[in-house]
Design a protein around this ligand. Structure first.
Ligand code: HEC
Length: 357
């Protein structure tokens, strides 16, 4: 039942055509459809200026003010998320991280605007950024208030509405918007589609006058971390644990049992929707077109050998003593060296609070 509701939301988000659900007003549908139609033009975009991005002035996860004016001078890509979302946002954020990885060193900004003013403050967004892309300095996650959010959504022609159906309290648009260095919206993309995602990478690079650089060879462990498999697969509530899968039988959402072999693992990574594991409303992003065949094989070998149980593949984590969030321990994670060892924080804000005690 849970699964069906989740599927409905996904159908709504990506298809925009499920009518009569009764929890969204018609106006929402019209606007949603407008953004979706614009987002479904893979290959046809001329990257002409469509309209001016709205003005905003919001705090990011570092507590820095970010505005349309402060972003000017380089292209930026914006999407809409909320951190407690368990249905579609992890998928969108995985795509955001894939995009960042496809454009290493390119002079662009990545912006994720929270559609959950009540819950996502800069500190929460900081912990989320730490979890997904600890080293990414080009990514700003912006906290909103109800008053600041509404004009931003309207200005990007996207929607986010409270909903009491399904597993998430907010249903919102899944588009990625490409804005140029002068603040003009140039195109919208539905990152769910493989061609759309590739167009997004290409067009962002074009606006930044850069070539998407080939990514250097990595070990399986590095790939697993970089491709952000962990933020989903190391959380048993979101996605199945990947340790000790080889040779097992897995139950699919259609009730069939399949044997886990190399072919199944490869298919899971490249065409995740072909066989869906039972019990997970969240969908996995495809890595087809995101990694090359050598990387795919390295990743496959790594996943095959992941031992059963325990967050072995997870990057090292620690619990922030102030906000009690789990943070990934990386080189640039805010920390404090105390007598008893190092204390790690989700953000500078928490570190400052800790030091002020
Ligand atoms: C956005 C969250 C998310 C990300 C990121 C993600 N996955 Fe998944 N993955 C899922 C979910 C949810 C399932 C189970 C539902 C399904 O089968 O579609 C799944 C299923 C799988 C399966 C099948 C597991 C089984 O028990 O049969 C494999 C293998 C897998 N993922 C590998 C990976 C690898 C490798 C990566 C990183 C390159 C990755 N996933 C990234 C969410 C994610």
């Amino acid at each position: 039942m849970k699964l069906e509701t989740g599927a409905l939301i996904v159908v709504f988000l990506f298809g925009g055509t499920v009518l009569g659900l009764g929890f969204l007003v018609t106006k929402t549908h019209q606007r949603q459809t407008e953004a979706n139609e614009l987002a479904h033009q893979a290959g046809k975009r001329k990257l002409e200026a469509l309209w001016s991005a709205p003005d905003f002035d919001l705090a990011d996860q570092r507590g820095t003010r970010v505005s349309k004016a402060s972003l000017a001078g380089r292209p930026w890509v914006v999407n809409f998320i909320f951190t407690s979302c368990r249905s579609v946002c992890p998928l969108l954020t995985a795509k955001m991280v894939q995009l960042q990885r496809k454009l290493p060193g390119v002079d662009v900004q990545f912006v994720s605007i929270s559609v959950d003013p009540a819950h996502d403050d800069p500190m929460t967004l900081g912990a989320y950024a730490q979890q997904w892309a600890p080293g990414e300095k080009r990514w700003s996650l912006l906290a909103t208030t109800p008053a600041s959010l509404a004009p931003v959504l309207a200005g990007f022609k996207v929607t986010a509405e409270p909903s009491d159906a399904g597993i998430d309290p907010i249903v919102h648009s899944s588009v990625f918007v490409l804005v140029d260095a002068h603040g003009e919206v140039r195109a919208l993309y539905d990152s769910e589609h493989r061609e759309e995602f590739q167009a997004l990478v290409r067009d962002t690079a074009t606006l930044a006058r850069a070539q998407p650089a080939p990514v250097q060879a990595r070990t399986g462990e590095q790939l697993y971390a970089q491709l952000s498999c962990g933020p989903c697969h190391d959380h048993p509530g979101l996605a199945p644990a990947l340790g000790g899968l080889m040779g097992k039988k897995v139950e699919l959402d259609n009730g069939l049992l399949v044997d886990v072999d190399e072919g199944y693992l490869l298919e899971s990574i490249l065409i995740p929707d072909a066989k869906r594991v039972r019990g997970y409303p969240l969908r996995m992003p495809t890595y087809d077109g995101v990694i090359d065949s050598a990387e795919l094989l390295t990743l496959l070998q790594y996943v095959k050998k992941l031992p059963e149980q325990g967050p072995v593949a997870a990057p090292k984590t620690a619990v922030d003593p102030i906000c009690h969030m789990e943070v990934t321990v990386a080189e640039d994670t805010p920390h404090h060296d105390a007598d008893g060892g190092t204390v790690w924080f989700c953000s500078e804000t928490c570190r400052a609070k800790y030091l002020a005690r």
